[in-house]
Design a protein around this ligand. Sequence first.
Ligand SMILES: Cc1cc2nc3c(=O)[nH]c(=O)nc-3n(C[C@H](O)[C@H](O)[C@H](O)COP(=O)(O)OP(=O)(O)OC[C@H]3O[C@@H](n4cnc5c(N)ncnc54)[C@H](O)[C@@H]3O)c2cc1C
Length: 417
Amino acid sequence: MTGVNEQHIIIVGGGMTGGLLAVLLAEAGLRVTVLDGAPVPVMPTGDAQLRVSTLTEASYWLLRNTGVWDCLDPGRVQPYSAMQVWDQDGTGEVCFSAEEAGAETLGWLLENGHLTAALYQRAQALPNLDWRCGAAVEGARRGETGWDVICGNERLQADLLVGADGARSQVRDWAGISGGASDSGHHALVATIGTALPHGGCARQVFMESGPLALLPLYSDPAQGEQRQCSIVWSGWPERIRELQQCDAARFAMELQASVADTLGEVTLLSERAVFPIQPRHASQYVAAGLALVGDAAHVIHPLAGQGVNLGLLDAAVLAEEVRQACEKGLGCADAHALARYQRRRRGENLVMQNAMRGFQQLFEQRALPLRWLRNAGMRMVNQGGPVKGFFVNRALGRSADLPVLARAPHLAKNSG
Ligand SMILES: Cc1cc2nc3c(=O)[nH]c(=O)nc-3n(C[C@H](O)[C@H](O)[C@H](O)COP(=O)(O)OP(=O)(O)OC[C@H]3O[C@@H](n4cnc5c(N)ncnc54)[C@H](O)[C@@H]3O)c2cc1C
């Protein structure tokens, strides 16, 4: 049997979740290999990429505390200090501000490719981390003492195999774990737009009967002017989204402007329009003998609250915390109790968030007048403040009772023991 120090962890998938997990485990002194089928991630330049993510305070601290944040290009990171959510069908509106949350900012918006490139750059400084690109994994089989992983002509051995290979995870299939796919009945259209009025560092979302539309503040592009670019995520019924993807740019801009009630003045489409089906999933289990799933491989939620990758980063941090502690006790990186604790700490949290997203989607699809009245009255009540508003603000910031130490601000991490 290999000693704890020589044990080997293979992570399939070097996206945002797998990348962070690799850095965390390598920083803890463990031997890690990342295998990813995609090319080497490079720092973006020029126009904003279409795929972006909002990051919570918890994700920010994870990236700060691991040195990944310092690898980002600050000019391409946009903090936002306000959020405005309203119902197109009524008078209900909720506004959150960083000030009332006692925080400097409510979140940050950055391109997914930018974060992956920063993770890759950080990984280069960790000698016990071997991050291979263009390395698609073709199969994995549980052997007597660990996992045999097939990648090209190579057969690698892992004491712990981690599936961070996204929604269509093959690692999940190879482990015989059910992916629990469902259909939200929504597709999501993403694009970059220019706006006549500055976004003012505010993330906006309007709920319509056909689905939610988010206007997320992008970093300033000198060609567009100060704060005059947003990334949009427009979710809705597939026919509606197809129509929005195929209509001409002028009609698209007009429909968009009308849907957000001219909030940012005239809008211009600056990019192509890409569409993604939204198929929420939840793996029946996150762990098996010598194996764990993280991020979208374990759960996919509706993007309406911008929480998907934030949950994945917390999975990575909790798994790394449990594995590190097991190794420090000499139990090994694939200790069954450590893996079970990881599942216990994350699965419930992620299920709550997934169900909340389903609930929001269903609530805003309701046409019945009493329900519409109730939902608008509810939004106005939340907006007045109090514990319910505090609950939503804390969720938006990624604050929860069981945060891993590295996801807390340093002064809070010290107090937690
Ligand atoms: C429209 C839209 C908007 C969203 N907005 C937000 C948001 O604002 N905030 C937020 O938190 N979340 C958001 N999300 C969710 C977020 O994008 C995902 O949760 C996140 O990308 C998942 O990251 P991941 O690393 O788990 O998986 P992925 O990003 O899917 O990465 C998987 C990696 O595995 C690799 N891979 C796959 N198979 C193999 C194999 N066999 N061998 C080797 N490598 C393999 C791939 O190349 C890839 O690099 C959004 C999602 C959508 C659809």
